[in-house]
Design a protein around this ligand. Structure first.
Ligand code: GCB
Length: 893
């Protein structure tokens, strides 16, 4: 029996693989095997990669990011510096005649690779793949080799992105493969390219011409005659093939024109017919296969039209989809392949047909899935927000653009190459207009170089620059002229202005740039699934405002044929370490949560885009509801049903509530929930065959607390807040503030806390609150509150008072991406001090000093109630004004 150690050893695995592959291919062809296991990782500097420290290593498997745990803490910031990886790697003696490469899917962002202490290669840029030829440094046999990789994600002034609204996680965060080829093989050392390019110069429903060109490398001692054969397969049948013969020199190019494929199955979102092109190098003398590559092929043609939008295979096709960032809950960017491709499936299941691979090239599995599922795509390099005017920065940009095109051009799903996202967001040299004009000229010059390069590298696709909504500036600088299509990232009704401004902007583009095809490359609103509002307003992060926003935007885009695409920002919530807000370090504009749970906005798109019958009850994912009951103890709540069916009916606990015609895929019902579990059932479709059920627990709060005889509900209220906040794990709903009414509960006196700058947020603060995960509970406040009264019946209670100081000395932070933010100067803060009395007894004396800015502080106070007033909390100011952020009242017995 083989010992467990041998079974796990890479050498055994590689030899085993050779053993299986060898007879089938006469010992030739390339071997690819992953090298993801058995790594050790160490964070920090190492001076000599030839002499690694003995201690401080931890076992890891790729994909890996050292920032994984940074995503799980409350601390701002994350480790940006060096990380080292090492492992032993054994190559069998049978590989002595081969060329051996390490293929890195991606490592962020500057990587150096050492084999047996000797540097064998390096790569700059965190988002493109790279191959390193290690042949000359390999030691064959069981002693093995020490492979060491240094990765550095610290800020590099000449490497884009310089800044952005996402976290620059460090590590070897994509897979690594060992590739062993024959001495004669398709070229592998040019920008990580595959060595071949496949195009369809003529394609229609009747005929598809296939052209293959490429370069092969011969690193053997002698030139050899080879033939390169290209074969097109459709579902395992050969449909076209031909070969060319050439002498394989150190580097030789070839071109092949295949006999046309008659009546090809066309590739489209509805029917993503895929062909496979197998390109093979065969030794002309021995007939041995030297190398072979399989590539996907889609017969399709497309065009963007400034007047009529996008056309695929001659038919108009409105492109609607989303962008994707490459991270996931709690694992930073070290996302396993199955989760990455699941994202594309989720986009398809939403009814989307377009993926903006933003803001950087991603793992190959993503575009493989787009090819397979029929999702069109754009891919871009990460020049975000700004450039640096140095030759080194430009060189890195041009290099990345070349890598991106060469590594991804084999995907039929890709139709657009993109560069420079919102590059004029906050231009430098604000006080030196002459210098600023020079900067603008340099931006345009770099854009032109990237444009020229892209058109030369790949004349079969379109080019695009996505701009933010400053139409005049981008136009003046030339960024609307240089690319073939213009992308606009638009947030009217979010960062600025009103929702109606979106349609106005689209019409302005159409009027003033009538010859430029237009894609809405971004639009979105933060949705924190824990937050709900009956009176949604901009920037409140509520599920309801998010829904309204997407309703308005989708309609405006659908109504305008000249809008080729609407690409929601973002498919899923993603990490952005710099952000505070309701869910710190996360950008909440996803249609899915960061753990990929659908939000109501996702259902909204399903209802609008899916062709198959669709029906879904959306309560924002809540499993319980609370709020003030009516006279019969019933809790009235709005329920939305998302459907593409003409009529939808809703039943509650077996009783039909109503029938409705969904408007833009949404039907809104009022439902009265009784205390305890309630069953909602929606029905639609022919013979009501389509159903969706949703079970939700309701905890109505009686208007008159004194009337409660049993089952006292949890009473939680956020002061200064008009929204509901649901804490799923603790099964608590925090209700919006209300003034005290006799017999009920609420505040007396005071006013809502508002920032001086209310251009975005009409109440509360956007700053993250330390020492809590319930940031929204502390982000609003009643200032100058006199009392909080709850007319509870007699009994033993636990009262919890929650405070967080929302003022601090000094100005508030304005984030670069926050398009609407004015300089958000805070109120001048002079400190405060106050006492808190409960039923006449001073329980908190002179509090204030301990309330440091944006820090959650709670006090739990047991209280016996045996009077008619119930619970009366009185706030007595000593210096400045009193405050209260939230209150909880729990009955013990
Ligand atoms: C943008 C940026 C994107 C941000 C987004 C936002 O315009 O292109 O990177 O994440 O806005 O949510 O602010």
């Amino acid at each position: 029996m083989l010992s467990a150690h041998i079974l796990r050893s890479p050498a055994f695995f590689i030899c085993l693989l050779l053993f299986f592959i060898a007879p089938a291919t006469a010992g030739a062809q390339r071997i690819t095997i992953s090298a993801n296991s058995d790594w050790k990782f160490r964070q920090g500097r190492i001076v000599n990669p030839g002499v690694l420290p003995a201690a401080g290593w931890q076992a890891v498997t790729l994909p890996h990011s050292w920032n994984r745990f940074d995503t799980q803490d409350d601390e701002p910031g994350y480790y940006r510096g060096e990380g080292w990886y090492t492992r032993r790697i054994i190559f069998p003696p049978g590989w002595k005649e081969k060329e051996i490469f390490l293929e890195f899917g991606g490592a962020n962002q500057v990587t150096e690779v050492f084999l047996n202490g000797k540097k064998v290669g390096e790569h700059t840029g965190g988002y493109t793949a790279f191959n390193i030829n290690i042949t000359s440094a390999v030691i064959f046999g069981p002693a093995g080799n020490g492979l060491t990789v240094k990765v550095n994600n610290s800020h590099q002034p000449d490497v884009p992105p310089l800044s952005a609204d996402f976290t620059f996680f460090g590590g070897i965060y994509r897979e690594v493969h060992i590739v062993a080829t024959e001495k004669i093989h398709f070229e592998r050392d040019q920008y990580g390219s595959r060595g071949i390019v496949i195009t369809t110069p003529v394609v229609s429903a009747e005929t598809g011409e296939v052209h293959v060109e490429g370069t092969l490398t011969n690193s053997g001692p002698a030139e050899r005659k080879v033939s390169v054969r290209a074969s097109v397969y459709y579902r395992d049948s050969l449909v076209s093939a031909t070969a060319t013969t050439l002498i394989a020199k150190q580097r030789s190019s070839f071109t092949i024109d295949l006999p046309a494929v008659k009546n090809p199955g066309l590739w489209s979102p509805a029917d993503p017919e895929l062909y496979v092109v197998r390109t093979t190098i065969i030794d002309a003398v021995t007939g041995i296969v030297k190398d072979e590559l399989s590539s996907p092929l889609g017969f399709r043609w497309f065009r963007f039209d400034a007047e009529k939008g996008f056309f695929l295979n001659g038919e108009p096709l409105k492109l609607i989809g989303a962008s994707r960032h490459q991270d996931y809950q709690d694992i930073a960017n070290a996302v396993p392949a199955e989760l990455a491709l699941r994202d594309v499936e989720l986009l398809k299941e939403m009814g989307g047909n377009f993926l903006r691979v933003a803001h950087y090239p991603q793992d190959q599995v993503v575009l493989d899935a787009c090819d397979r599922l029929g999702i069109l795509a754009s891919v871009e390099i990460p020049i975000v927000n700004a450039i640096i005017e140095t030759p080194a920065f430009s060189a890195n940009c041009l290099n990345m653009q070349t890598e991106m095109i060469r590594q991804n051009r084999h995907h039929p799903s890709v139709v657009v190459w993109t560069y420079m996202n919102e590059v004029l967001l906050r231009p430098p040299f604000a006080t030196d207009s002459l210098r600023r004009e020079t900067y603008f000229r340099n931006v345009a010059a770099l854009a032109q170089r990237l444009e020229d390069l892209t058109r030369k590298e790949d004349p079969t696709r379109y080019t695009m620059i996505p701009n933010h909504g400053n139409f005049a500036l981008y136009h003046r600088v030339g960024l609307t002229r240089i690319p073939m299509i213009v992308g606009w990232n638009l947030y009217q009704g979010w960062y600025s202005g009103k929702l109606a401004g979106f349609a106005d902007f689209l019409d302005k583009h159409h009027r003033e740039l009538g010859d430029k095809p237009l894609l809405v490359t971004e639009y979105g609103a933060d949705v924190d699934s824990r937050i709900h509002s009956d009176h949604p307003v901009r920037f409140d992060k509520s599920v309801e405002y998010g829904l309204t926003y997407h309703q308005v935007y989708l309609k405006a885009m659908m109504d305008r044929p000249f809008v080729a695409a609407g690409i929601a920002w973002n498919l899923a919530d993603f990490n952005s370490e710099e952000r505070g807000e309701s869910d710190p370090h996360i950008n909440n504009k996803g249609l899915l949560t960061i753990g990929r749970k659908p939000k109501d906005t996702y259902y909204f798109y399903q209802a609008n885009l899916l062709k198959v019958p669709f029906l879904k009850i959306g309560l924002g994912g809540r499993s319980f509801l609370s709020g003030e009951a009516n006279g019969e103890g019933i809790l009235i709540q709005r329920v939305r049903v998302y459907s593409n069916q003409p009529i939808v009916s809703l039943f509650l606990n077996g009783k039909k509530l109503a029938e409705q015609r969904p408007v833009q895929g949404v039907a809104t019902f009022e439902a009265g929930f009784r205390a305890g579990n309630n069953v909602l059932l929606a029905r639609a479709g022919e013979g009501d065959a389509l159903t969706d059920q949703y079970v939700v627990e309701a905890m109505p709060v009686p208007g008159q607390l004194s009337a409660i005889t049993s089952g006292f509900p949890a009473l939680n209220m956020c002061l200064g807040d008009p929204r509901h906040f649901t804490q799923e794990n603790g099964r608590q709903v925090w209700l919006p503030e209300q003034p005290y009414k006799k017999g009920s509960w609420g505040y007396v006196g005071g006013r809502r806390f508002t920032m001086k700058d209310t251009t975005r947020l009409s109440f509360g603060t956007n700053e993250a609150i330390a020492n809590t995960d319930l940031d929204p509970v502390y982000q609003t406040q009643r200032v100058g509150i006199e009392q909080f009264i709850a007319s509870v019946p007699a009994g033993q209670y636990e009262l919890t008072l929650h405070f967080a100081e929302l003022l601090s000395a000094g100005p508030a932070k304005v984030l670069a991406y926050d398009l609407g933010a004015k300089s958000a100067a805070k109120d001048e803060f002079k400190g405060r001090m106050f006492d808190v009395q409960v039923n006449g007894v001073t329980v908190l004396e002179g509090i204030g000093a301990e309330l440091t800015a944006a820090d959650a502080v709670s006090y739990k106070i047991p209280v016996s109630v045996n009077n008619k007033e119930g619970l009366v909390v009185t706030f007595v100011p000593r210096k400045g004004e009193t405050i209260l952020n939230a209150i909880q009242i729990r009955k013990i017995y």
